[in-house]
Structure formats: structure tokens, C-alpha cells
Design a protein around this ligand. Structure first.
Ligand SMILES: C[S@@+](CC[C@H](N)C(=O)[O-])C[C@H]1O[C@@H](n2cnc3c(N)ncnc32)[C@H](O)[C@@H]1O
Ligand code: SF4
Ligand code: SF4
Length: 404
């Protein structure tokens, strides 16, 4: 099976990103280098999906066009010129995109490592084979160990059984393909997390990754209450200490986060890393390495500033404010605009308590690590020895972060 660790730079720790890329960032910050090109892209092939999840509002987005085959090819060629190493196809549901087979083949031909995130879908023999041949990993969302819970969270009858079938078909097509499950911990499944791990084990998944919910839960439907949060902290500690299952998990990293990073008041407000970022004076580094591209070719510094799981209308202005432009129309100016936005605004946003940055569990590790590094660094030099020395200092939590 493909190696599960280090499979996805988007969720990597800094020792996996590559020292040259880190050096370039600090050289940009001290004014001696141009803005670095991204090493990883989150590419939303369509914003359409098959569910109306309680914890996500992407299903409120209006119908939008998707890319033609030529546009798709042009975008992947541009990513290749940027020397992008990993690409994650997401959405919406990437399996619903008309040219998903071609997208996989183009990205593979461009020598990118490919991941897919989906809630499941119809996989004909051809798509099953293309995924098996081209992708390095696929992750399905699974929020319950049985149809009753999963389908009621996703408000999509039949979705649970679809995912189970997808996993079986893909494993039959290529046993080596790494198949993961993503579970957003929430009110409706907090009582059944051990069963979800057991389900992941039995269905043949290679890894199950739990995610902490974020967002504006106006109706009190999914974000945990204080009492539920405290139960979760104890439960994760217990599950992490008694590993009796085959399937890999992110329980170790999650346990660390619950005890050492996330404040309970932030968790129950749907902004899990808000205080951590402010108290540690954390700066944002993620868009130096990772960018998001939507189904029209519009690019964003990160999924959070694209407001991908938020209500369309409520976040309309914020989404436009952070849009970097369209890669099909003017690919050259995207990095220029980002360079300006990073310097003037984004780099400082988490430390200043920008609300959406409080949701950024995915990048907290790299943002924290590079902020610490930046403070220790001689501003005029930055070389491989500096980075090696920093990594040896042991000031970082010793785990790679595996969060969605
Ligand atoms: C936006 S979805 C896109 C991919 C696909 N539609 C799916 O559901 O897997 C990507 C992941 O984000 C998760 N997600 C959505 N809303 C979230 C929230 N408010 N908090 C945490 N994770 C969320 C989803 O459950 C899913 O695993
Ligand atoms: S989590 Fe995925 S399936 Fe659910 S509403 Fe959001 S985009 Fe759609
Ligand atoms: S810290 Fe803020 S701007 Fe940076 S990646 Fe996270 S959400 Fe995006």
C-alpha cells in the first residue's frame, strides 16, 4: 500500500515540506527573493455535491459552470510550470465533474501526487480504474458508523451504502490504493466514535481521520456543548491509550491538540485554534506553499478564505475580498496579488484574531512551527543548517498533523 504518512503535503509538517521551499519563503520575507510558487494545490473541480450536510453550507451555493477540457488542461499545465508537487481534487464532489477521468490523467502525466476527497459517488469500471492507476490516495467522508447516523448528518439517504460500495470496488481494483475516511466530530456522532473506528477497520479503510468542527452553528445542531467537549477530551485520551484496531488514526495528534492547543471556549464557539494563534503570536505561512483553485479557475490563499464550507451569501464579500483572480484569465498576476496580500494582511491575520483563521486546524502546525522559526532566525540569512538546527531544538510538538 502507498505510504500513508507524508502522502499529502497539504497536511504536512515542516520537515516534510522541503528545506529549499522554506528558505525561499524567508528570503521573500526579507526582500531578497520573489514570491515562491506553490508546491501543493487544492483543486475544487466542481462546487456541486450530493448532500446537504448539517455542518457544511456549500450546498447553499448557486449552480456554477465547470471547466471545459481545454481549460482544465491549461490550468494543470500552469500548475506544472509552477512545479506543483501534490494536487488534491475536492469540491463539492470531484467525482461529479464531467472530466474527472481526464483530470486524474493530466495531473498524473504532469507528475503530481494526486489525492481525492469526496462524499462518495457512482464509480463505473473506467473511473475505478483511473483512480486506482493515477491517485495516491482517496478519502471519503464518513460521519457515522451506520446509515442511520451518517445519512441523517448528510441529509442524503443512500450515501452511507454508496461509500461502503466505493471502498469495496476500489480495493478490488487496486488493493494498494490508500483509502481514508474523514469524520467530522459533532453532536450526532460523539457517542459512537469507537464504533466509527471499528467500522473503518471492518470496511477495509487504511486510515480514519477525525476532524474538529468549526463554523457558525446558529441552530445549535453540530458544534459540541461544553459538556460534550469535555466528554470528547476524555474519550479521545482513552481511545488513544487503548489501540486495539488495525486501522491507522490521527488520535495521537488529536489528543495532543485537545489537551495542548485548543481552548474549550474556542471549541464550543466553532473557532478551535483562535486563542492559540493569538497567544502564540502566530503568523500565517500556509499560502506560501499551498493554494486553492475553484471550479471556475478562481484562486484563493486557502480554503478558509474561500469560505468553502460557509453560506454563499453570508460570506460573499469575504470570498471576493480574498480572491486572487482567475488563473485562466491572468495567471501571471495571481502570485503578485498574493505577495501583496500576504505582506500587507494575511501573514498577520491569525495573530490578530481574524475570525476565520480561528478555524484553521489544518495549518496550525506549520504556521506555528514557521512562526517560531522566524523569531529565532537571523533575518538576513536562512540556510539549510539554520533549519536543521531549528528542527533539532525540539520546540515543536513532535507529530505531523493529519487533519482535513
Ligand atoms: C467541504 S468537503 C468537500 C468534499 C466532499 N464534498 C465531502 O464531503 O467529502 C471537505 C471536508 O470538509 C468537511 N467539513 C465540511 N464542513 C465542515 C465544518 N464545518 N467543520 C469541519 N469540517 C467540515 C467535510 O465533512 C469533508 O470531510
Ligand atoms: S461536506 Fe461535502 S457533501 Fe457535505 S455539503 Fe459540504 S461539500 Fe457537500
Ligand atoms: S491562518 Fe488564516 S489565512 Fe492562514 S491558512 Fe489559516 S485560515 Fe488561511
Amino acid at each position: 500500500m502507498q505510504q500513508l504518512e507524508k502522502q499529502d503535503l497539504l497536511r504536512a509538517s515542516i520537515d516534510e515540506i522541503g528545506k529549499e521551499a522554506i528558505i525561499q519563503v524567508f528570503q521573500f520575507l526579507n526582500g531578497s527573493q520573489d514570491y515562491p510558487t506553490p508546491i501543493s494545490i487544492h483543486f475544487d473541480l466542481t462546487m456541486r455535491c450530493s448532500a446537504r450536510c448539517i455542518h457544511c453550507r456549500q450546498w447553499t451555493w448557486p449552480q456554477r459552470n465547470t471547466l471545459s477540457l481545454i481549460q482544465l488542461k491549461n490550468i494543470i499545465t500552469r500548475f506544472m510550470q509552477w512545479k506543483v508537487k501534490t494536487i488534491t481534487f475536492g469540491g463539492g464532489n470531484p467525482l461529479l465533474y464531467k472530466y474527472i477521468n481526464e483530470a486524474l490523467v493530466f495531473a498524473r502525466e504532469a507528475d503530481m501526487d494526486i489525492g481525492i476527497i469526496s462524499e462518495g459517488g457512482q464509480l463505473d469500471d473506467k473511473l475505478c480504474k483511473t483512480i486506482s492507476d493515477c491517485a495516491r490516495w482517496i478519502r471519503f467522508s464518513i460521519d457515522g458508523h451506520e446509515a442511520k447516523i451518517h445519512d441523517s448528518i448528510r441529509r442524503a439517504p443512500g450515501l452511507f451504502n454508496m461509500v461502503v460500495k466505493n471502498i469495496k470496488d476500489l480495493k478490488a481494483s487496486n488493493y494498494q490504493l490508500a483509502i481514508g475516511l474523514n469524520c467530522v466530530i459533532q453532536k450526532k456522532n460523539i457517542g459512537t466514535l469507537p464504533q466509527i473506528i471499528q467500522f473503518a477497520d471492518e470496511v477495509g479503510a487504511d486510515i480514519i481521520m477525525f476532524k474538529i468542527p468549526h463554523g457558525n452553528d446558529y441552530r445549535g445542531e453540530y458544534i459540541l456543548s461544553l459538556k460534550e467537549w469535555r466528554i470528547l477530551v476524555d474519550l479521545i485520551q482513552e481511545l488513544n491509550a487503548n489501540k486495539t484496531y488495525r486501522v491507522k488514526t490521527n488520535l495521537n495528534a488529536l489528543n495532543y491538540m485537545l489537551n495542548s492547543v485548543i481552548k474549550e471556549k474556542d471549541a464550543i464557539e466553532g473557532r478551535p485554534v483562535s486563542s492559540f494563534y493569538i497567544e502564540n503570536d502566530t503568523h500565517c505561512f500556509a499560502p506560501f506553499f499551498f493554494l486553492t483553485c475553484d471550479s471556475l479557475g478562481d484562486m484563493y490563499p486557502c480554503d478558509y478564505l474561500q469560505a468553502d464550507v460557509r453560506d454563499w451569501l453570508e460570506y460573499y464579500n469575504m470570498r471576493n475580498e480574498f480572491c486572487l483572480g482567475n488563473i485562466l484569465e491572468d495567471s501571471d498576476s495571481i502570485l503578485g496579488r498574493l505577495a501583496m496580500m500576504m505582506t500587507e494582511q494575511i501573514h498577520h491575520m491569525p495573530s490578530r484574531g481574524f475570525s476565520e483563521c480561528g478555524c484553521c486546524t489544518r495549518f496550525y502546525h506549520i504556521n506555528h512551527a514557521l512562526s517560531l522559526f522566524g523569531k529565532r532566525l537571523d533575518a538576513t540569512t536562512c540556510n539549510v543548517q539554520d533549519i536543521n538546527q531549528f528542527l533539532r531544538l525540539d520546540v515543536l510538538p513532535g507529530h505531523a498533523v493529519s487533519f482535513l
